[in-house]
Design a protein around this ligand. Structure first.
Ligand code: FE
Length: 314
């Protein structure tokens, strides 16, 4: 039987970290011991204004904002934002807004050493030979699903290796089987709102369950007010690619890739949300511009299609 853990089951284990005025509280739903690589899931709550500098982990992970607001890198985030980062992909800084920030961190395999922070761990990161840094985020939307069972994919969270995220609405009294984890690297089911019965047991929000790739999808029955769940499939372990595919510059302009996290600046589209108009050449992007995903400086970027030596940012 799949193990379902709700906050009610574990709230007595909530622990306080950080320093006065910059507190973090952490509550483990699944807390395998150090040295193992079993699934790991926990809730993190940041005090208002708390900052965690850009960092990476040695395991793939999903992060789901449960409440509050803030920023991941240069992106504003709020409830039901879902972020996926591959192992060895830096992201951040994470900044909690005025009302604090609470999010779930979910890993199919425990990481081995917690956050590895930049710039301190930059050389260690660049020494990882076969990493393929990549991250994406999207919002889970349950709108338009009033009273109807529905499964809505989060389209940005897809990578051709099994990564998938689905927002699922289960109406009151309706029984349904959730998508299975076939072809993935394992699955989390997250109860975000409402309540469900699983194996005749009533589960309250927030709750998580982990399913191995071969397991059948969970069978759930919507509770009195219905339920809204996320189904999150991890990608399978990526095959090692000799060198990342790099497209040459097109007539529309060059593409410059962050050497730390893989973010791409495309001259054709620019970055209007950061005040950089479409068509802005890389050399004309302001010198104080930073990577949207990991806050790296311009000097960390390489021109796509170039070797490291010739493509280094000026
Ligand atoms: Fe970056």
């Amino acid at each position: 039987m799949t193990k379902i853990v709700s906050l009610d089951d574990v709230k007595a284990t909530r622990e306080q970290l950080g320093t006065p005025g910059h507190e973090i509280w952490r509550t483990f739903f699944l807390g395998p011991p150090a040295g193992t690589r079993d699934p790991q899931a926990f809730l993190v709550e940041y005090a208002p204004g708390r900052v965690l500098q850009t960092h990476f982990h040695d395991a793939d992970e999903f992060q789901i904002v449960v409440s509050g607001s803030g920023r991941f890198g240069h992106h504003a985030i709020g409830p039901h934002a879902v972020h996926f980062a591959r192992a060895y992909t830096p992201y951040g800084p994470i900044v909690a807004g005025a009302d604090g920030l609470a999010f779930l961190t979910l890993r199919a395999e425990r990481d081995s050493s917690g956050p590895q922070k930049l710039p301190e761990k930059r050389e260690a990161l660049l020494a990882v030979g076969d990493r393929q840094p990549w991250q994406a985020s999207d919002y889970a939307s349950f709108e338009g699903s009033d009273g109807l069972a529905s499964i809505t994919p989060l389209r940005r969270l897809s990578d051709g290796h099994g990564l998938a995220a689905m927002a699922t609405n289960v109406p009151a009294g309706v029984a349904m089987r959730l998508p299975d984890a076939r072809g993935s690297g394992g699955q989390y089911v997250v109860l975000l709102k409402g309540s469900v019965a699983i194996d005749s047991r009533k589960v309250s929000t927030p709750a998580v369950a982990f399913l191995a790739a071969g397991e059948q999808g969970l069978k759930v029955m919507g509770g009195a007010g219905g339920a809204q769940l996320l189904v999150l499939n991890f990608p399978q372990t990526l095959p090692v690619v000799e060198s990342a595919t790099r497209s040459a510059a097109s007539d529309d302009g060059e593409r410059w890739r962050c050497g730390l996290c893989g973010f791409v600046y495309d001259e054709a589209t620019g970055q209007p949300e950061a005040g950089v108009a479409p068509g802005t050449r890389w050399r004309d992007v302001p010198g104080n511009w930073h990577c949207s995903d990991c806050d790296a400086a311009k000097a960390e970027f390489f021109r796509e299609g170039a070797t490291e030596a010739s493509g280094r940012s000026a």
